[in-house]
Design a protein around this ligand. Structure first.
Ligand SMILES: Nc1ncnc2c1ncn2[C@@H]1O[C@H](COP(=O)(O)OP(=O)(O)O)[C@@H](O)[C@H]1O
Ligand SMILES: [Mg+2]
Length: 300
């Protein structure tokens, strides 16, 4: 090798190594944006303090919201009020498009409201740091995305220091152990867009395991079990019941049997609360919820 070609070789080596780290950095950044994509729409105020949750009281106060990206922006919520006392487990039901998912996205501040306020333990969520807000809310979205990481890392995302035993137990409680153990590398299998593709129901179970491990004072489940067969749902229900103990929980569900045992059920329609009460009260009332319940239980 001549000196020139040696220098060329060294240079090439350095270049590829720089390229690799750039790639790596961008790859990682991209993984994070899977979660942080939408949050870029909102920004923290300067020196935003952390949210401090001691009880988990949630208050949607006189809020109005419309999607600004919609072709014809119409309000999803207008002067909407909902108070969820600390520790209450609330089911939210209503036909598709009534605003259930939007309500949870507003609480997580994935989008900003135009008018009114949302308070958690008396602190306005738009005035605290987004990171601290999301750390206090374990969220299982309607269609969970997984990071381009191992299953283990995906489960322990909300509690990075968790031991393997804790991760495994969360997977057991989420009824996810069987399918994880059948993956090529078990808990070390890489998932996400460039990794092993999981079904909707499997992703939901990983997201539930993550929520179980996160141990946050507030829990938000958006149709968290809708992609599961009723047998898997039955198995997970028990874990979710345990998880909800001592926490404020918002549970959106299509199957009313999922919310029937909760403290309170809120029925949404066109962004308005049309019924609000415990299962037995709503049945006795003979309104919208009672009708839905009758239709669903007859079908079963
Ligand atoms: N990203 C979005 N951009 C514009 N409109 C949206 C968006 N997401 C939902 N909507 C609209 O907001 C309303 C409430 O939707 P959503 O909160 O998803 O209801 P649900 O979860 O009860 O089915 C619907 O009219 C829906 O079309
Ligand atoms: Mg929804």
């Amino acid at each position: 090798m001549t000196q020139d070609s040696f220098i060329c070789f060294i240079f090439w080596k350095m270049l590829t190594s720089v390229m690799q780290s750039v790639n790596h950095a961008f790859g990682d950044a991209h993984d994070m944006t899977v979660f942080l994509d939408e949050p870029l729409l909102v920004s923290d105020i300067e020196n935003a303090p952390d949210l401090v949750v001691s009880k988990g009281d949630i208050f949607f106060s006189d809020l109005s919201f419309w999607y600004t990206d919609a072709q014809t922006p119409t309000a999803v919520f207008e002067h909407f009020d909902l108070h969820i006392p600390a520790g209450e487990r609330v089911g939210i039901v209503g036909i598709s498009g009534s605003g259930k998912t939007t309500l949870t996205r507003l609480l997580l501040r994935l989008v900003d409201i135009q008018e009114g306020n949302i308070y958690v333990d008396g602190q306005e969520i738009s005035k605290v740091s987004q990171v601290s807000l999301r750390r206090q809310i374990a969220y299982v979205p309607q269609e969970p995305l997984l990071f381009h990481r191992t299953i283990s890392e995906n489960i322990s995302y909300g509690r990075p220091g968790a031991s393997f035993e804790e991760i495994r137990q969360a997977a057991v409680d989420a009824n996810a152990l069987d399918f994880i153990e059948q993956l090529p590398d078990g808990f070390e299998t890489i998932t996400g867009e460039r990794g092993v593709k999981l079904s909707g129901g499997q992703r939901q179970r990983v997201a539930i395991a993550r929520a179980i491990l996160t141990d946050a004072p507030i829990l938000v489940l958006d149709e968290a079990t809708s992609a599961l067969d009723s047998e898997s749902e039955q198995l997970i229900q028990e874990a979710l019941q345990n998880l909800m103990k001592g926490r404020t929980a918002i549970v959106i569900a299509l199957r009313l049997s999922t919310v029937a045992s909760l403290d309170r059920i809120v029925v949404l329609k066109d962004g308005r609360i049309i019924e609000d009460g415990a299962h037995a009260d709503l049945l006795a009332k003979g309104g919208e919820y009672a009708g839905l319940w009758r239709r669903q239980t007859n079908r079963a």
